[in-house]
Structure formats: C-alpha cells, structure tokens
Design a protein around this ligand. Structure first.
Ligand code: AHG
Ligand code: MN
Ligand code: MN
Length: 336
C-alpha cells in the first residue's frame, strides 16, 4: 500500500514481496537507478554553470574534460548497473550495440536486462528546460549464466517487468511501475532522498491538452492533420490547449497529471516518426497503461509490437485513454 511521504528506499523494501519474481534482484535494480538518477541530477543542475566550469568538449579548471551531458548520463547509468553486478545486459540509445555484463562469471545468475534513454530531451539542456531519463526492464529469455543475446532485448513491450522515468524539472522526480500501478517520488535535494509524493498516478480519462511538434504539420498523415484540426475546433470542451516542451518525459509527465495526448506521428520526412520503440515508446506505453492511459502507433497497441531491431523507431500516440481512441479513429478514417 502506497503511503505518502514514505521514502523510495522504504517503499522498495515494503513492496518487494508484491513483485512477480521476488528474488530481491529487481529491488536492487531500482535502487541502482535511484542512485544513478541522483548523480545525474547533480550534474544536470550544474549545466547552467557552463560559462564558469566550461562547455562540453572543453577542459575545466581542474583539468577534467567536460563531457556532453547525454554521454555523462549514459556512463553513469551503465557504470552503476554494471559495478553492482545487478543486470546481465544493458542496451542504451547512446550505444550502437547492447552491452553484455559479466559473461565470464559462471556464477553470474542475474536475470534482468535494462534498456535506457539516459538523457531524453537533451536539446533542452542549453536553455534550462526539463530533461529526463527513461528506463525499461525485462527478464532475459536466454538461459542464465550465458551471455545475453539480441533476443533478450527484442521482446514485446508487454513483457516488461518494470519501467520508469526520471524528470529533472523544477523538482526532480522518479516515476515508475512494476506492473502494479504507477508511483511518483520527489527528490529532496538537501538530503538526497526521494519521497513518495504522487501515489497511484493515473491519467484522467479525458484531457484538454495536445502535444505535438506542429512545425511538421504539412508533413503529417491526413488523419493526424484532421485530428489536430478537431482539437482546435470550437465545440463542447474544445478547443484544447497546445503544449509541447520537446522533451517526451516532461510532456508525458504533464499530460499524466493534467490529462492530454502526446503525438509523434510519422511524416513525409520520417516514415516511422522519430521516437525509439525500445528506449522511449515501450517504457512510456507500459507506464501509461499502468496509469489507466493508452499508447498506440496510430492503429495498434504499442506493447504488442514485435521489435526487429534495437534502435527501431515508431509513430507514437500516448496519453488520456479517450483522446488516444479519438486520434486512432481519425487515423483509420482518413487514409492516404
Ligand atoms: P532525445 O533527446 O533522447 O534524442 O529525445 C528527444 C525526443 C523526445 O524527447 C522529444 O519529444 C522529441 O525528440 C522532440 O523532437 P522534435 O524536436 O522533432 O519535436
Ligand atoms: Mn529521448
Ligand atoms: Mn536521449
């Protein structure tokens, strides 16, 4: 039972027994993500000091090379998960191929693989706008004790055992699910502790916000164009409000709290849209469904898509249930 003001550490221990597989491994994994998130949060908060401590590619006053923040975040999450021997494999948006953890160790019995988008919305860093981290966890399908294979990562989103995100915003939050609802924890930076601030998060069934990069309007499929016009029409509770941060995590987080739809459709420039199925859409779709929302590629449930490659892209429509259903109606009705 989620109790407000509980720390994330306490919450993990208390809820360990309700996980499908109760070896404690998944708890340790979430704990590592919590730790890496705090380290990355510290660095993200310093980003505004770039004129003082040096920009990416420069050498700082201590003689250290300044890294781009997405590379830094990638390194920190990978280091934390590998050093603590918690997972058997990692795939990251920032890496060409997946990483095999500890394949030499015969006693290595870890069962989980993690997929991450270490820094989502990274173009917002320079302008002091929220960014995030997205993670997704699966149970491996190949035998324990052997090196992980591609098939361990190319599982349908419906097989996820946990997923979550960190939003480095006006306050930093970690929001995650292990398939039993969605809970959000806010970081108290003074003492470095996450507290349960948003228990049992749910998307309102209907919403009044649509989030899409309308600069791409002329390139969108006709169904999306018509749906955008529908959102703008003066009728009933419409027109809706348009809000687009350009950082999936932040747009999703706002829409989950206030009610809304996020769309990254295909376009005449990108036939599969821009977002990555494994690092972005599947984890967000799992969280959305656990929060009573919906996620679709415009026609079908995201979590049912059989992945074919690690860095695969897919159109994404996600948010309040009735809004996604309406967008799907427009997509099926207006085909090119
Ligand atoms: P990333 O920074 O991990 O590459 O992801 C950026 C993604 C997503 O967060 C965001 O919603 C979308 O790209 C914005 O794309 P546009 O600038 O094309 O709207
Ligand atoms: Mn991203
Ligand atoms: Mn990224």
């Amino acid at each position: 039972m989620a109790k407000k003001n509980q720390t994330l550490g306490e919450f993990i221990i208390e809820n360990q027994a309700s996980f499908k597989y109760t070896s404690g491994e998944l708890s340790r994994l979430i704990n590592s993500i919590r730790l890496a998130a705090k380290v990355v949060n510290h660095e993200v908060n310093k980003a505004g000091l770039v004129d003082i401590i040096g920009a990416a590619g420069e050498t700082n006053i201590q003689g250290e090379d300044q890294q781009k923040l997405d590379v830094y975040a990638n390194d920190k999450f990978i280091q934390t998960l590998t050093n603590r021997n918690i997972v058997c494999g990692i795939a990251s948006e920032e890496e060409d191929d997946f990483i095999i953890v500890n394949s030499q160790d015969e006693n290595h019995q870890n069962k989980y693989v993690v997929l991450i988008d270490p820094l989502d919305g990274s173009s917002n860093i320079d302008v002091n706008v929220s960014v995030g981290t997205i993670f997704s966890v699966y149970r491996r399908v190949t035998p324990v004790g052997t090196p992980v294979k591609l098939e361990d990562f190319l599982q349908k989103g419906s097989e996820q055992v946990a997923a979550g995100y960190v939003v480095y915003g006006t306050s930093t939050m970690l929001v995650y699910t292990t398939g039993d609802g969605v809970n959000g924890f806010t970081l108290n930076p003074a003492i470095g502790t996450f507290y349960l601030s948003h228990p049992n998060m749910e998307f309102p069934e209907d919403g009044k916000i649509y989030s899409v990069n309308e600069g791409n309007y002329i390139h969108f499929p006709i169904g999306v164009k018509k749906y955008i016009k529908y959102c703008q029409e003066e009728e009933g509770d419409r027109p809706y409000t348009s809000r687009y941060i350009g950082s999936l995590v932040s747009d999703f987080h706002r829409n989950m709290i206030k009610g809304g739809i996020y769309m990254y459709p295909k376009s005449s420039k990108n036939s599969n849209g821009k977002l990555r199925l494994l690092y972005e859409c599947n984890p967000m779709a799992f969280i959305a469904e656990q929060a009573k929302g919906k996620a679709s590629d415009g026609y079908n449930r995201i979590l049912d898509v059989e992945p074919t490659e690690l860095h695969q892209r897919i159109p994404f429509f996600c948010g309040s249930k009735n809004m996604v259903i309406k967008a799907e109606e427009f997509m099926s009705k207006h085909t090119e």
